[in-house]
Design a protein around this ligand. Structure first.
Ligand code: GLA
Length: 382
C-alpha cells in the first residue's frame, strides 16, 4: 500500500514537472504601448517569443527591430542588436538602428536617376547623394502593424503606403514587411510591394549586430564569412564605380571565416574610402532562391548568425560611422565598430548602372524578397 502511494506521488510530481517545462517552452506574442512620436502618433511594440526563449521586439516606428534576445552556448541570454529602449531614441539622431530602409537602401548618385526617359530628382541627405530613402525614409515613418500567433509561430505584419512623389520617387507604393520567428530560432523577413507607376525599389533591414551582446565592446574578433567572389568597389562618395572586383588577394576576401578586424586597418584604398568595410558583395548564387549570404560567429559566446537571402547582394558594414555620441540601451555609448550590419539588397546606385540587376518595379508586378536570420550556437571558446 505504502509503495503504491509513493509511486502515485512520484507520478504526480513528474506530471507537474513536465507541465511546467511545457509552459516554459510555449511561444508568445504580445503587443505593448511604445509611447508616441513627437507629432503625437501612437506607437506599438510587438514582442515574439519562441519555445527556446529567443525574443524579437519590433516597433511600427520605421518597422524597426528594437531587440533580439538570444541565448549563447551556455544559455546566457543577451540582446544582440543596437538600439534604444524608447521611441524617443529612435526619433533622435541615429544611423538607422534596426530599421527597414526604403525606398532605396544605400546610395543613389547625385540623387538622380532616369526611368522610361524621365529624370527624377531625389532628396539628397548624404553630401550630393541620396542615402537610404532620403530625408524621411521608411525608417522614420509610422507603419500600421499587427502581431499574431499562427500555429505556435509569432508573426508581425507591417504595412506602409508611400505617396507618389515622396522623397522624389514616382508612384504610390504599397509595402508590406513581415517578421516571423519560428521555433528553429529563425527570423524570416518577407518584403512585398506593388506600385501604380514605374519606380525603383530596394528594401533592406539595417540591424546592427554584436554577437557578444549590444554595448559589449567591438566586433573585431568576431568571425565573418561572406559567400561572394566579387564586390562592388566605390568612389570617394561610396558610389559603386561599376566594376565587379574579384576579392582574391584583397582584404575583402571573406570566403573563409576570418576575424572582422584581421585586415580592417590594411593600407587598402577601398578600406580607406569606406573607413572600414562598407561595401556591397555580389553573392555567389545559381537561381533566384534563398542562398547563404553570410555567417558571423562570436567564438567567446558561441553565438552564430547566418544570413540567407533571395537578394543578389549584401552590404557588409562595420559601424565605421558610429563615434560614441549615441548612448543606446543601458546608456552604453556605441563606439566605432561596436556592431556590424549585413544589409541584404540590390547593389547601391543600380538605377544608374544598367549592367547591375534591375531595381525597377512596374505596375502589375510584385516586388517579393525574403531574408532569413538563423540563430545558432557552437561550443563556446574557454
Ligand atoms: C550603410 C551605408 C553606410 C552608412 C550606414 C548608416 O551601411 O553604406 O555608409 O550610411 O548605412 O550610417
Amino acid at each position: 500500500m505504502h509503495l503504491k502511494i509513493c509511486a502515485l506521488v512520484v507520478f504526480v510530481a513528474m506530471f507537474a514537472g513536465c507541465k511546467k517545462a511545457e509552459q516554459e517552452r510555449t511561444s508568445s506574442v504580445t503587443t505593448q504601448d511604445f509611447g508616441k512620436t513627437e507629432k503625437g502618433e501612437a506607437l506599438s511594440l510587438y514582442t515574439l517569443k519562441n519555445r527556446n526563449g529567443v525574443e524579437l521586439s519590433v516597433t511600427n516606428y520605421g518597422a524597426r527591430v528594437v531587440a533580439l534576445k538570444t541565448p549563447d552556448a551556455h544559455g546566457n541570454v543577451a540582446d544582440i542588436t543596437l538600439g534604444f529602449e524608447t521611441a524617443k531614441g529612435y526619433e533622435g539622431a541615429n544611423p538607422y538602428f534596426g530599421a527597414i530602409v526604403g525606398r532605396y537602401g544605400n546610395r543613389i548618385a547625385k540623387g538622380k536617376f532616369k526611368l522610361d526617359g524621365k529624370e527624377y530628382t531625389l532628396a539628397k541627405n548624404n553630401g550630393e547623394n541620396s542615402l537610404h530613402g532620403g530625408l524621411v525614409g521608411f525608417d522614420r515613418v509610422v507603419w500600421s502593424g499587427r502581431a499574431e500567433d499562427v500555429g505556435g509561430v509569432g508573426k508581425v505584419t507591417l504595412t506602409y503606403t508611400s505617396k507618389d512623389g515622396e522623397e522624389g520617387y514616382p508612384g504610390t507604393l504599397n509595402v508590406t514587411v513581415t517578421y516571423t520567428l519560428n521555433n528553429n530560432d529563425e527570423i524570416q523577413i518577407d518584403y512585398l510591394a506593388t506600385t501604380d507607376k514605374a519606380t525603383v525599389l530596394n528594401l533592406t533591414n539595417h540591424t546592427y549586430f554584436n554577437l557578444a551582446g549590444e554595448g559589449k565592446g567591438d566586433i573585431l574578433n568576431q568571425l565573418m564569412q561572406v559567400n561572394a567572389d566579387k564586390f562592388t568597389p566605390v568612389d570617394a562618395g561610396l558610389i559603386p564605380t561599376g566594376e565587379l572586383k574579384d576579392v582574391t588577394g584583397t582584404p575583402f576576401d571573406f570566403r573563409k571565416p576570418t576575424a572582422i578586424g584581421a585586415r580592417i586597418n590594411d593600407k587598402d584604398e577601398q578600406l580607406m574610402l569606406g573607413k572600414g568595410y562598407d561595401h556591397n558583395y555580389v553573392l555567389n548564387r545559381t537561381g533566384s532562391g534563398l542562398v547563404q549570404a553570410a555567417r558571423a560567429e562570436d567564438a567567446a559566446s558561441g553565438r552564430v548568425l547566418e544570413v540567407w537571402t533571395t537578394e543578389p547582394g549584401v552590404q557588409f558594414y562595420t559601424g565605421n560611422f558610429l563615434d560614441g555620441t549615441v548612448a543606446g540601451k543601458n546608456g552604453v555609448h556605441y563606439a566605432q565598430r561596436s556592431a556590424f550590419c549585413l544589409e541584404t539588397q540590390h547593389y547601391p546606385d543600380s538605377p544608374n548602372h544598367p549592367d547591375f540587376p534591375s531595381t525597377v518595379l512596374k505596375p502589375g508586378e510584385e516586388y517579393k524578397t525574403t531574408t532569413v536570420w538563423k540563430l545558432r550556437t557552437v561550443q563556446a571558446a574557454k
